[in-house]
Write a protein that binds this ligand. Structure first.
Ligand SMILES: Nc1nc2c(c(=O)[nH]1)N[C@H]1C(S)=C(S)[C@@H](COP(=O)(O)OP(=O)(O)OC[C@H]3O[C@@H](n4cnc5c(=O)[nH]c(N)nc54)[C@H](O)[C@@H]3O)O[C@H]1N2
Ligand SMILES: Nc1nc2c(c(=O)[nH]1)N[C@H]1C(S)=C(S)[C@@H](COP(=O)(O)OP(=O)(O)OC[C@H]3O[C@@H](n4cnc5c(=O)[nH]c(N)nc54)[C@H](O)[C@@H]3O)O[C@H]1N2
Ligand code: SF4
Ligand SMILES: [Mo]
Length: 751
């Protein structure tokens, strides 16, 4: 019988749904989870949950989830104590650092870091302690182009989100929220929000090379050739400008460079982009007119527009079309969320800032540009393979599975096996971590507290939601904040013990408070750090840092100056979350961080991109097909295929191919089919279906966990392939090196 109900935000994807978790007490006093369902009272998700939400129980009970560190001895992983694990790491890492310098160690941070409070707050401490330039993350197989385009335009990475709850017209490119639940747009029950948009008479138009689950339910699906979204958007902007439909509304006075747009986009007429995009010129023209005519309209682009050859240009043009149609920074358009943490107080902040720079440092081998302090993941393998000063000899992965998620997997796989030392902070022995010498496992999601430190800054409502851990740690486990801080201690040449990590934690809190009291616009400007620290009770670790962020944030209690404001205590008393209202319009100019306090409509860095786009107008395919990805509601990138209830049923890892292409190439439905790209080759079952347009094939990512040494008993058996064997580390969005995972040229033959 259930004896307790706990509430917890689901940390698995960006939607952040509220969960209601029923537990019962066993005869030995321990608790087990009986059931997980949507929390009807959650202020944001109101009971919505997808099939993955309930599997937090399965993750917690998964026998393959490591409960204590493991160390590789004679090629086999054996359990060891935390002390032994860290001693080994120190013994291996320190000599490499001493002999070859800080850059000889690379670090990769994967996607779950942004879904973990501890990692969002302490990942940086580890990076600083390592002191390497060779930093990588999943961001460069994901949203980096959007971060760059937004930073160039607005001076900082403020990314506008579509105001789905109030818009009348949503033009969605390269996103499939019916599977993904949305991204760079935190919106629990995204599908329900789209239904409501249509029910109130609004329109949803989906642009995608595949008739995705979202496209099927849209008012219209427009099939587009992969990689050509920037051309479509440039042509729409061109129509708006030439037909006198462009009107940025209240933003006009904050625009710098608007007058350059007409000449710049003149070559991109609907007629000129029609062949490349394979969208009718008349439809492009009417789409622009529809956007202009709608009272509240918004363009939203996601993975299909960022993980492609022209990701940065497409991301920029999404915001240009929103700007030109008067839909940027207004209700029902593209709006800026005000997160309760992670943003400084917004009161009274002037627009001017230092602006955005990238490429200050270049990677050693192929001179790829740094952005946000990271190199693109596409160059990781060559940094390991290429001898010479600065060669990467040791590797740290935290919550990442790059062998599965990064391009040219075979190459990266081989590179990782050549390392002198590798340590992974990860619960599983998978394609990547099997190469590690030591694996440090985090607690399960039910054993961690949660606040979505990063993604609530991209939500369609202003919301704050904290959940304490539901279940206690086992004796053999450590909190993930402690795991990361101990690793930081070792990297800094200090002992990995609780005294050292307590002092690192103290410094983190002091630093955070320092930057607030020194900020003249902060609610605690000029106050004493010790006085503020005294107010933080006995909190330590992520909870203390979160409390500081909340209290000094835009909705915070200012440590007493705004007594009704937010604090962690207030969130603890609100298990269903705190609703802070609809997104606020007219955040511009206050949020701009450009040097002149204006929107850079035509960032100089993008001028060569426009030229590159022009060259793409006349491009033809040499009889190759273009490979794109896809997601399924019961997947989560590469790491949840070990949960049987999520992998049961029909095989999902198929090559979708249009029946006309299949006939032409002699490919039979259900038959083993060979797919070859510049870098790799694999054999996969074909699924002949007209959901993909002619000339396009699709394979989902995250499958193919059969490699020797992988200890995932369910996932190993799944009949799937790793599509990133085909994706190409040299096929990138040139401006930032973000990998073009979509639109990869491939040939297809019967196997
Ligand atoms: N072809 C193709 N490739 C893609 C994509 C695509 O669309 N197509 N999508 C890309 C995108 S958007 C992304 S974000 C990347 C993701 O790329 P990655 O982040 O590299 O890969 P994930 O599959 O998310 O792997 C997450 C890892 O974190 C571990 N993990 C899970 N929870 C925790 C935790 O709480 N703590 C720690 N320490 N570890 C944890 C898991 O065991 C797993 O090893 O993949 C990219 N790759
Ligand atoms: N169930 C589930 N949910 C997830 C994840 C997961 O793996 N599974 N991963 C999470 C992560 S890390 C992320 S980043 C988000 C991603 O969330 P989404 O961006 O919604 O990702 P997808 O569902 O892959 O949808 C991308 C769509 O882009 C289309 N596409 C491919 N190439 C192009 C192109 O050139 N142009 C256009 N217009 N479309 C193109 C594909 O056909 C596909 O339908 O999902 C998150 N949520
Ligand atoms: S959509 Fe599913 S996986 Fe994502 S937060 Fe909600 S329940 Fe969790
Ligand atoms: Mo992602």
């Amino acid at each position: 019988m259930a004896t307790r109900t706990a509430y917890r935000t689901c940390p698995l994807c960006e939607a952040g749904c509220g969960l209601e978790i029923s537990l019962s007490t066993q005869s030995d006093g321990s608790e087990v989870v009986d059931r997980i369902r949507g929390d009807q009272k959650d202020v944001f998700s109101a009971g919505y949950v997808c099939p993955k939400g309930a599997t937090l129980k399965h993750l917690h009970e998964d026998p393959d989830w490591l409960r204590q560190p493991v160390l590789k001895r004679d090629g086999k992983f054996v359990p060891v104590s935390w002390d032994e694990a860290y001693e080994t790491i120190a013994a291996k890492l320190q000599p490499i650092l001493k002999e070859h310098g800080r850059d000889s160690v690379a670090i990769y941070l994967g996607n779950p870091n942004v879904h973990s409070l501890a990692n969002s707050l302490y990942g940086r401490a580890l990076i600083m302690a390592l002191g390497t330039r060779n930093r990588f993350s999943a961001s460069t197989v994901d949203q980096r182009p959007k971060e760059i385009s937004a930073s160039l335009m607005f001076g900082g990475p403020s990314i506008p989100v579509p105001d789905v709850d109030r818009t009348d017209f949503l033009l969605m490119l390269g996103a499939n929220p019916h599977a993904s639940n949305g991204s760079l747009c935190t919106a629990p029950d995204f599908p329900g929000r789209l239904d409501r948009l249509q029910k109130r008479g609004g329109q949803l138009i989906v642009v995608d090379p595949r008739r995705s689950e979202t496209a099927k339910r849209a008012d219209e699906h427009i099939a587009i050739r992969p990689g050509t979204d920037a051309l479509l958007l440039a042509a729409m902007a061109n129509v708006l400008l030439t037909e006198g439909l462009a009107d940025p509304g209240h933003l006009l006075e904050y625009c710098d460079g608007l007058d350059q747009l007409p000449a710049l986009l003149a070559p991109f007429t609907p007629e000129s982009v029609a062949p490349a995009t394979s969208i009718d010129a008349d439809r492009i023209r009417s789409l622009a007119r529809q956007m202009a005519a709608a009272d509240k309209a918004v363009v939203y682009g996601r993975i299909g527009t960022t993980c492609q050859e022209f990701g940065t240009a497409a991301s920029w043009l999404v915001d240009i079309v929103n700007l030109l149609t008067g839909n940027l920074d207004t209700a029902g358009g593209a709006m800026f969320a005000t997160g309760a943490v992670g943003q400084a107080s917004t009161k009274g902040k002037p627009g001017a800032g230092r602006g955005f720079r990238m490429g200050r440092v270049k990677s050693r081998v192929s001179r790829a540009p740094e952005s946000f302090g990271e190199f693109p993941v596409g160059v990781l393998a060559e940094e390991i393979e290429t001898p010479g000063e600065g060669q990467v000899r040791a590797f740290v992965s935290v919550a990442g599975n790059p062998v599965s998620s990064n391009p040219n997997s075979n190459r990266l796989n081989a590179a990782l096996s050549s390392l002198e030392f590798m340590v992974s902070v990860d619960p599983y022995i998978n394609e990547t971590t099997r190469h590690a010498d030591v694996i440090l496992p985090p607690p399960t999601p039910l054993q961690k507290s949660h606040y979505d430190y990063v993604l609530l800054n991209l939500a369609v409502r202003n919301v704050a939601n904290y959940s304490p851990a539901v279940l206690p740690l086992e004796e053999s486990q450590l909190p993930e904040s402690e795991i990361l801080l101990r690793l930081a201690a070792v990297a800094a040449g200090q002992p990995a013990n609780a005294a050292v990590t307590a002092s690192l934690d103290e410094s983190a809190a002091t630093l955070m408070l320092e930057s607030s009291v020194q900020d003249e616009y902060s609610s605690v400007a000029g106050r004493e750090i010790d006085e503020l620290k005294a107010e933080l009770d006995s909190r330590r670790g992520p909870e203390r840092l979160l409390d500081i962020s909340l209290r000094t944030g835009p909705f915070g209690d200012g440590f007493g100056s705004t007594p009704d404001g937010l604090s962690l205590k207030k969130l603890e008393e609100s298990p269903h979350g705190v609703d802070l209202g609809a997104l606020q319009k007219h955040r511009i100019p206050e949020l701009l961080r450009t040097p002149d306090g204006k929107i850079q409509v035509v960032p100089e860095m993008l001028l060569p991109e426009v030229e590159r786009l022009q060259q793409a107008l006349g491009r033809e395919l040499n009889g190759e097909l273009q490979l794109v990805g896809r997601r399924h509601i019961r997947s989560n990138n590469s790491w949840m295929h070990n949960i049987g209830v999520l992998t049961s049923g029909k095989n999902r890892c198929t090559l979708q191919i249009h029946p006309d292409d299949a006939t032409r190439l002699g490919v039979k439905d259900g038959a083993e089919t060979r797919v070859t790209s510049r870098v790799g080759e694999l054999v996969v079952k074909a699924e002949c279906t007209d959901v993909v347009m002619r000339g396009v094939v699709s394979i989902p990512h995250g499958f193919g966990q059969h490699e020797a040494g992988v200890e995932l008993r369910v996932a190993r058996e799944y009949d799937g392939v790793n599509t990133n064997i085909l994706t190409d580390d040299e096929f990138v969005d040139e401006i930032c090196g973000n990998v073009a995972l979509n639109g990869v040229p491939v040939t297809v033959t019967p196997a």
